[in-house]
Structures are given as structure tokens and as C-alpha cells.
Design a protein around this ligand. Structure first.
Ligand code: ATP
Length: 364
């Protein structure tokens, strides 16, 4: 990465005896969109507040735009933060809310007016909203005003703490699309904390998965989905099947086999093996959309499992089957595109197959 905008190294944060961050490092590039995800209490908001300057780290270093942030107050940083709970001033108009940061900076009135109008356009808010008060706007519109206020002073980094979690599903979808477009247009770096993994996948260039105050993995959405570091990350994003396997390591590569399947031991290429692989419960991660029913002879190289349809769900654009396979603790989950053709019924014996070399080898 060229010089990162944010360079956080080994950040530790203690709240009394409770260590919220155990040495977290995160670099964010210019114009990059990074999402922080992880279970409740893993330290996402704490990290964001440290970047913003609302909390001081107990230890570790933080540079933003190459400048040491120690002792630099929030208002003097090139960052702005948008909170989950709206922090709009209820007694100020939309125009005064958006223009507030500029007034603090003593920007002259005509420039404030011009910049506020420009933000209104950028956020697709109608000009007649300028004189309204926050209570006279919908939740989505209020959130856009909050975004406009955060962006009006043209920060280098926008920090977003679950900005869409209070919105209904439909509004959320449209604001997500707008946020992505906005990010592309303005070139500001975004760091988004979210519980919504689909949102992280949709929006972020890279996803940082945290657990218990540590970073478990940082990678592109594709990396996190198809090449997760371990079962925790795999299970965190999307549905999973874990097929226990025997592993024979051969340098960077490995050969895997399983007594549960019909099929030959398979060589796994090095890029289909987690760098964090240990001896603890090695398994193949087989995503539901990579499994198919087989009738007749399977193609060479595939692994075949015999099972019974336990349940199926029509999801609209796809149909999900849960297949009981003897020797597997959980039913195998498979997703087939389409909802019209149902090639199986509950209780029916079926054969399903997948390509093991396209799966991913990981461990607990
Ligand atoms: P959530 O997804 O639920 O918002 P999070 O990942 O953002 O969680 P944080 O809010 O960063 O987690 O909290 C991390 C840990 O630090 C938790 O154990 C939390 O209880 C603790 N913590 C956070 N803020 C404070 C505080 N001001 N004083 C004491 N402990 C705190």
C-alpha cells in the first residue's frame, strides 16, 4: 500500500482492568473503504473512537496523514465521525446543522451557504429541506443530513459507527447504495463499523474481522468469504459447511482425504490453504453454492456424498437444501439457483458433489 492515511500500530486500550484492545494494527489507504466487523464487544467502536480522538489509546502508535496523533484533539484531526444514534442538533435547521462545523472554523457566511448547498445536492436532499428541523425529516433523511455535516469540512477520513442500523431494510439498502456511490465520488477514506456482514461485503474494499480485542483477519470481501483465516471468520460471513479431512502437508501444498466421501485424495493448491492452518480440527470449507446434485456418474475429481434431504427452503432467487449425511454433525447446506425446479423432496435419498480443489482448507 502507498503511504497509508491511517497507520495504527499495536493499539492497546484498557478500561480499568478490562483490556478492550490487545494490540491492534490497521492501515487504511487514501480513498479506501474499510469495514470493521466482529461480535458485540470485540472492540470495533473503541478502535473507531481512538482513530477519531474521542478516546486515547493506553499504548501503541497512531499516525494520520503521516502525523503523530498523540495529544491531537478530535476537532483538530482530519477525521469526522457519524454515530449510530443521530447527533443532530434538534433546535437547529438542516442548513445550520450542516454548516455548523464550518462556522466553528470561522468560514465566512457566503462560503458556508455555498458549501451547505453543495452537500445537500451530494446527499440528494431537496433544497426546501434547508429550513426544516431534524424532527421534520424521515430517519433516512436525518442520516443523510448527519453525513452531510460530517463531510462538509472535507475530512480525509470519515468514520462511520453503524450509521444505518436504525433504518428499515428498504431504506438501508438504498442508503447503502448511495454511500458506496458517494465514496467513489468524493475519494475520502471511509472506516465503517457494522454488524451487517452483507453490508460490509457490499461496501468495503477490505474487511477487518475482529474478535476479543484482536484483529483475526484483514482482507478483501472475496478473501474473507473464500479464503477465511479460520472457522470463526468463515462462520461469521455467509453460510458454511465444514467437512473434516485428513491432511498430509507437502511443503506449502497439502493432500486431503475424507472417509465420508466417494472420491480420491486431492491435492490442495497453496492458495486454497489458510496460512493459519493448525492440526486442530482441519476441515474443508465448502460454500453452499458450490455443491450440486449428481445423477449418474460424477465428473472425475469431484467428491460425492450420499445423504437424505432433511429440509428445503425456497428463498426466491435460490432454493436451499439441507442434506443429512451420516458422519457429519450438521446437515450439509446447499444453495441452488432458481426456485422453480425442485429436483428433490424431504426424505429422498440424494447424491451431492463438489470440487474439493475449489474448497478451502482451514482449521479451528
Ligand atoms: P458492539 O458491536 O456491541 O457495539 P464493539 O465491538 O463496538 O461492540 P466496544 O464498544 O468497542 O465493542 O467495546 C469493547 C469492550 O470495551 C467491551 O468489553 C466494552 O464493555 C468495553 N468498553 C467500551 N467502552 C467502555 C467504557 N467507556 N468504559 C469501560 N468499558 C468500556
Amino acid at each position: 500500500m502507498p503511504t497509508p492515511i491511517i497507520d495504527a500500530v499495536d493499539i492497546v486500550k484498557d478500561y480499568g482492568a478490562n483490556r478492550a484492545l490487545h494490540g491492534v494494527s490497521l492501515q487504511v489507504g487514501a480513498g479506501e473503504f474499510v469495514a470493521l466487523v466482529g461480535p458485540s464487544g470485540c472492540g470495533k467502536t473503541t478502535l473507531l473512537k481512538i482513530l477519531a480522538g474521542f478516546e486515547d489509546p493506553t499504548d501503541g502508535g497512531l499516525k494520520i496523514q503521516g502525523k503523530d496523533m498523540r495529544g491531537v484533539p478530535a476537532a483538530a484531526r482530519p477525521t469526522r465521525m457519524v454515530f449510530q444514534k443521530l447527533a443532530l442538533f434538534p433546535h437547529k435547521s438542516v442548513a445550520d446543522n450542516i454548516g455548523f462545523p464550518l462556522k466553528l472554523q470561522k468560514v465566512d457566511a457566503p462560503t458556508v451557504k455555498e458549501r451547505v448547498r453543495a452537500m445537500l445536492d451530494l446527499m440528494h436532499l431537496k433544497p426546501e429541506y434547508l429550513d426544516r428541523f431534524p424532527a421534520q425529516l424521515s430517519g433516512g433523511e436525518q442520516q443523510r443530513v448527519a453525513l452531510a455535516r460530517a463531510l462538509v469540512s472535507q475530512p480525509s477520513v470519515l468514520l462511520l459507527d453503524e450509521p444505518m442500523s436504525a433504518l428499515d431494510a428498504k431504506l438501508k439498502k438504498s442508503l447503502q447504495a448511495e454511500l458506496k456511490k458517494l465514496h467513489r465520488e468524493i475519494g475520502t477514506s471511509f472506516v465503517l463499523v457494522t454488524h451487517d456482514l452483507e453490508e460490509a461485503m457490499m461496501l468495503a474494499d477490505r474487511i477487518c474481522v475482529m474478535r476479543g480485542g484482536n484483529v483475526v483477519q484483514i482482507g478483501t470481501p472475496t478473501d474473507i468469504y473464500y479464503r477465511p483465516a479460520n472457522m470463526f471468520v468463515a462462520g461469521f460471513i455467509g453460510e458454511t459447511n465444514f467437512l473434516p479431512v485428513d491432511v498430509a502437508r507437502k511443503g506449502d501444498a497439502a493432500t486431503v482425504s475424507s472417509p465420508l466421501v466417494e472420491g480420491q485424495p486431492t491435492d490442495m493448491p497453496a492458495d486454497h490453504i489458510s496460512p493459519d492452518l493448525t492440526d486442530k480440527g482441519p476441515a474443508l470449507l465448502v460454500r453452499p453454492e458450490t455443491i450440486r446434485f449428481v445423477t449418474g456418474d460424477p465428473e472425475p475429481g469431484l467428491w460425492v456424498l450420499n445423504g437424505m434431504v432433511d429440509e428445503f427452503f425456497i428463498k426466491g432467487s435460490s432454493t436451499q437444501y439441507r442434506i443429512r449425511v451420516s458422519g457429519l454433525d450438521a446437515p450439509l447446506v446447499m444453495d441452488l439457483p432458481g426456485s422453480i425446479v425442485l429436483p428433490a423432496e424431504v426424505g429422498q435419498a440424494v447424491r451431492v458433489a463438489f470440487d474439493p480443489s475449489r474448497a478451502f482448507l482451514l482449521s479451528e
